[in-house]
Design a protein around this ligand. Structure first.
Ligand code: FUB
Length: 339
C-alpha cells in the first residue's frame, strides 16, 4: 500500500483532466459515505492525517483518529465541514485507526457506524448515536456484538429493514474469519477456491445490534459460479455499498490491490450478486472507495483520490461525479482522469 511515484508535471496533467475536484481542501477526507438526510447531502468520510506511521500491507499508515461530517445542499454545491462528530478518545473500546464509517437514520435519530482497532489490534465495528445528521454522536461503550473487520455500510431498505454490510481483506482482517470466528492462521484463499465475500447482517430495531448472525455474501460470475480467489480484477476486497435501482440491489465494492470499483446485482439484499462490471478505473492512490446516492432523480458516485496530496496514498480527498444507469441497468464505466 505504498505511494505511487508521479512527477509534479504528471500530477498537474491528471488534475487538469480529473472528472471532479476535492469537496474540501482544508483537511484530507476519504471513503465518503453519502446520504440524503433532511433533503441535503450528508457525507461521512474518513479523516486522513499524517501520523508518520510506516507503510505496510496492513494499512498501518492509516492512523485516523476522528470523523468530520460534510454537508452539501446538492451534489454540485460547495461542501461545508460540520466539524468533529466523533473522536477515538471518546470511544471506550477503541484505541486507533478509525477507518471508513457510514451513517443511517431511524425515527428521528442518527447512527454513526465506524470500525476501529481495539488495544489488541483487532478491528471491530462500533455505533454512536446523535440527534442531528452532523452529530455530535455518543458512542456505545462496547463494539457491536458479533461485529468484526472494517468498512460498515448500512442500507435502509424500502420495507424499513436495515442491513449492515461489512468486511475488508488484508489490513481489514476479513481473511482471518470463517463462519464468524477468528483464527489467526486463516489467510486469503488462493487459486480456484471461491473468493471471500463481504458479510451482511440485518440490524435490530434499535439499530445498535445485529438481529441475526452475519452471513457471507456470494458474488458469482455470468455463469453463476463463485468468483475465484485468484480473480483479483473482480473479486471482493473492501468498501461494500448497496443502492437500489429499478428494483434491483447493486453491490459496489473495491478490488483492492487491482484498484477497481466494481458492481454486482441481485434480487435480494442477501445475494447472491452477479458480477456486472466496473464503475471506476483506478484513481491516484492505492485505495479506492465509494458510495452511490440518488438526489433529485440523478445518481452520484462519491469517491476519493490522492491528487491533492501529490499522490500520498493515506492522504486522500473525497470527490463526487454523476453516474448513469443505462436502460439495461448497466452502469457506464468512468475513467477518473478522462480518456
Ligand atoms: O481508509 C482506510 C481504509 O482504506 C478503508 O477502510 C478502506 O476501505 C480503504 O479505503
Amino acid at each position: 500500500m505504498a505511494d505511487q511515484d508521479y512527477t509534479p508535471e504528471q500530477l498537474e496533467a491528471l488534475k487538469a483532466k480529473a472528472l471532479s475536484q476535492p469537496l474540501v481542501t482544508h483537511i484530507y477526507t476519504a471513503d465518503p459515505s453519502a446520504h440524503v438526510f433532511e433533503e441535503r447531502i450528508y457525507i461521512y468520510p474518513s479523516h486522513d492525517i499524517e501520523a508518520g506511521a510506516a507503510f505496510d500491507d496492513d494499512g498501518g499508515h492509516f492512523q485516523m483518529r476522528d470523523y468530520h461530517v460534510l454537508r452539501q445542499d446538492s451534489p454540485t454545491a460547495p461542501a461545508t465541514d460540520c466539524g468533529v462528530a466523533l473522536s477515538v478518545d471518546d470511544v471506550p473500546w477503541a484505541e486507533r485507526q478509525m477507518w471508513a464509517p457510514d451513517a443511517a437514520t431511524k425515527d428521528g435519530r442518527y447512527y454513526l457506524y465506524f470500525p476501529a482497532k481495539r488495544a489488541d489490534g483487532i478491528f471491530q465495528i462500533g455505533v454512536a448515536v446523535g440527534d442531528r445528521p452532523e452529530g455530535p454522536f455518543t458512542p456505545d461503550p462496547e463494539p457491536i456484538e458479533g461485529s468484526y473487520s472494517i468498512d460498515p455500510a448500512v442500507y435502509g431498505d424500502e420495507d424499513g429493514a436495515h442491513y449492515m454490510y461489512f468486511g475488508g481483506i488484508w489490513g481489514g482482517q476479513l481473511q482471518k474469519y470463517r463462519d464468524n470466528r477468528y483464527d489467526a492462521a486463516h489467510e486469503e484463499p488462493t487459486g480456484d477456491a471461491p473468493a471471500l465475500g463481504p458479510r451482511v447482517a440485518r440490524l435490530a430495531e434499535d439499530m445498535r445490534r445485529f438481529a441475526e448472525a452475519p452471513r457471507e455474501v456470494l458474488i458469482v460470475d455470468e455463469a453463476g459460479l463463485p468468483l475465484r480467489a485468484d480473480d483479483h480484477d473482480r473479486r471482493y476486497f473492501e468498501a461494500p455499498w448497496i443502492h437500489r435501482h429499478a428494483g434491483r440491489y447493486y453491490l459496489s465494492y473495491s478490488t483492492g490491490n487491482t484498484h477497481y470499483l466494481c458492481y454486482a446485482t441481485s434480487d435480494s439484499p442477501y445475494g447472491p450478486f452477479t458480477y456486472q462490471g466496473r464503475i471506476l478505473e483506478p484513481v491516484v492512490g492505492w485505495t479506492t472507495h465509494q458510495s452511490i446516492v440518488q438526489f433529485d432523480g440523478r445518481w452520484w458516485l462519491y469517491y476519493h483520490d490522492s491528487i491533492l496530496s501529490g499522490g500520498v496514498t493515506h492522504l486522500r480527498s473525497a470527490k463526487v461525479v454523476e453516474i448513469e444507469h443505462g436502460a439495461d441497468g448497466r452502469i457506464r464505466t468512468l475513467h477518473p482522469y478522462g480518456g
